[in-house]
Design a binder for this molecule. Sequence first.
Ligand code: NAD
Length: 484
Amino acid sequence: MKKVPIAVAYGDGIGPEIMEATLAILEASGAALEINRIEIGEKEYMKGFSAGIDPSSWDIIRKSRAFLKAPITTPQGGGFKSLNVTIRTTLGLFANVRPCVAYAPFVKTKHPGMDVVVVRENEEDLYTGIEYRQSQDTYHALKIISRPGCEKIIRYAFDFAKANQRKKVTCFTKDNILKLSDGLFHKVFDEIAKEYPEIENEHWIIDIGAAKLADTPNAFDVIVMPNLYGDILSDVAAQIAGSVGLAGSANIGEKHAMFEAIHGSAPRRAGQNLANPSGLLLSAVMMLVHIGDSKAASLVHNAWLKTIEEGIHTYDIYTDAISKVKVGTSEFAKAVIERLGKEPDQLKAVKYSGTSKHVLQGRQETAEKKMDSKEIVGVDVFVDHHGDVDKLHEKLMRLSLGGLKLTMIANRGVKVWPDKHPETSCVDNYRLRFMALARGGSVSRREISGLIQKLADAEIDFVQTENLCTFEGLPGYTVSQDEQ
Ligand code: NAD
């Protein structure tokens, strides 16, 4: 059988131990893999590669069918970038699939029967990491949500549900507050849901949705959400299912795929033969399904279930009442190898087939779309200003604004001019809203650059501008609290 090339990174902390355990099990299963090892993580950061990877390793990853990655330690601060985010975005791995399953009564859980798949968007949202310090006291982070990004991840969630006989896809957003960005995610969800009439769909506001997930996870099946919410809630879901140490994940793109445990490098547990390799092993099972080796995937998954069922547990899931033997990482791997070919008696055995679509390749619809007509109707200018809003307003009143008029000054989203409420507290970052003087009129780019020139002449410390546009006549910007 021709071996399938796989890029493998041992990572940091507990990474090397859980990777050795996982590879030993894969080898014993007969999976035909050509392992191509690459170095990532702390050592590479220290060599001066700010993304934690030697640029030559990209070639190996690109030539491999999949990338199996152990967790790495991300050094704090110092200009180091998260390698995980770099890999996901560089390779276009837009879907992060995180099954969170309870193994009651063999692993302690408050939620027996839990079987939820979190599908997390992987390329956008606050994870683009675009942040600015705009003034002495104020920092901004950009949350980027695009229509193609939403379409890809939401279609993926429905395709995944369909291929895996799942009944329902739920969407979590905070679109009651983030009306445009999360609003788009929700809107696209409603549009795409119509293409899958056989699958139930629903939307929850993330706060109450998260509470419901933590309390009654059995009410959910597949949940799709933007990047940050998905990051947080998949950890919560994995932990309440039994342990973060048990959950694997697949990062899927149109051309590449990366598989990793959802937990980190747990440096305090490193080098002691303590860590649970299950998260990485279950990720490897997803990888085997992905590359079409359903036989090895079923063998390994069932042997693992049998090991868990027999109470052979690492420290993180060991409890006197349930477990039989407390084992270290390598003994756990040995126990799984000994059980290859066996199936669990009580837990549900898995049976992947040649056509299993447990993990799908991503796809994007390429239908031509009509461009919305766009018109600039105003501009917001963020300024660094220490002190009173009235002083700032006075300065602005001295300017001749031509075809523009100042309609509002806001601070952290709250209107503070005209009619500031005495209780509203301000920081040193104000937003000036200028609209076309003629009601409903448009504004030219030349007028905007003229305005910026005037602000500079008046020594107003502008730090950022945002054009206010309408699309098909509808505002592409939000109004502030209390703005008319
Ligand atoms: P962590 O997930 O590494 O560990 C938190 C705790 O969970 C550990 O102290 C340990 O008690 C337990 N734990 C985690 N995995 C376990 C396992 N397999 N077996 C047994 N117990 C386990 O989270 P952290 O301590 O916040 O992060 C440590 C480092 O990992 C940081 O540098 C962080 O940036 C990095 N990290 C990497 C990834 C990744 O590479 N994908 C993901 C998350 C965090």
